[in-house]
Design a protein around this ligand. Structure first.
Ligand code: HEM
Ligand code: HEM
Length: 228
């Protein structure tokens, strides 16, 4: 008999939907509306905080948030892809071996985008907090990275959304609801019993303190140009 069981813990779901909202906000503040660079930077710092949170959570969160639970080798990825082609994919409680690849992909690309943001300038009103700390050559590399990584991010998001839509509508697997309320209907007792909220709260506090140090306390003082 199938039982409604918790699979995605609350911190992981908050991570997911905050990531989605903030990436959208980054696109809006950089490409659509002018004059919101301060917000762009603040959302960018928040995204870096989220990436750090997800990395830590991948080592100490509940079962299905752990890297060891879903990152599998090439053989498992190959077998799962074969089962997908036959339209009878094997069932996994957490991420399947192919879908799991979104996690390292997003952490690397969003992490790189946020870190490069610390070193760029819009040449008008806003300069990242570490822009002055690096050479001119490195500044151009960071600027290049900040522009190009976003294109790569859009490709990954496109693949992710197509995959989720195929599962939801072609294979009739209700993945979207599970990422909202956290539950799936399962036969085996393979869900989780707790979201480890106190631990998530402590990690989040530590990350907020670290981010405050990184962007407010540690950056080199900006050089001021005075014109008389
Ligand atoms: C900016 C857009 C998005 C990004 C960057 C993104 C990123 C991610 C990441 C990193 C995960 C892995 C979660 C984890 O273990 O930490 C994930 C899973 C998931 N996402 Fe998204 N997502 C995006 C948009 C969406 C949207 C719009 C939906 C639904 C309509 C969605 C549905 C899901 C679902 C259902 C899963 C779980 C997949 C599974 O069961 O293995 N995502 N997403
Ligand atoms: C994951 C986080 C971030 C995302 C997704 C993101 C995204 C973007 C995008 C799409 C652009 C427009 C690029 C273009 O026109 O081709 C942009 C520009 C910019 N971003 Fe970010 N950004 C992030 C983090 C940051 C951070 C943390 C800062 C600074 C603290 C920052 C500062 C800037 C600046 C100054 C520009 C203008 C660059 C220029 O005009 O050449 N970004 N960002």
């Amino acid at each position: 008999m199938q039982k409604r069981t918790l699979v995605w813990d609350l911190p992981l779901r908050i991570f997911h939907w905050a990531l989605v909202s903030l990436i959208f906000a980054q696109w809006l503040t950089a490409e659509v509306i002018d004059g919101y660079m301060d917000y762009h930077a603040f959302f960018g710092y928040s995204l870096l905080g989220l990436v750090i949170f997800r990395i830590v959570w991948g080592f100490c969160g509940p079962k299905h948030a752990l890297f060891s639970d879903f990152l599998r080798g090439p053989t498992a990825i190959w077998h799962y892809s074969q089962s997908l082609i036959s339209r009878h994919p094997s069932t996994y409680t957490g991420h399947n071996p192919v879908g799991a690849l979104i996690v390292p992909a997003i952490l690397i690309v969003v992490g790189t985008q946020a870190i490069s943001g610390l070193f760029v300038t819009d040449d008008v009103l806003f300069t990242g907090p570490y822009y002055a700390a690096i050479s001119t050559e490195l500044q151009s590399t960071m600027q290049w990275l900040h522009h190009k990584m976003f294109d790569l991010l859009l490709v990954i998001i496109g693949l992710h959304l197509s995959a989720i839509a195929s599962y939801q509508f072609l294979l009739k697997k209700p993945l979207i609801g599970a990422m909202v309320h956290g539950h799936k209907n399962l036969q085996a007792k393979s869900g989780i019993i707790s979201s480890k909220l106190p631990l998530a709260f402590i990690i989040a506090l530590a990350i907020v303190a670290f981010m405050y140090w990184l962007v407010i306390i540690a950056p080199p003082a900006a050089e001021l140009d005075y014109y008389y």
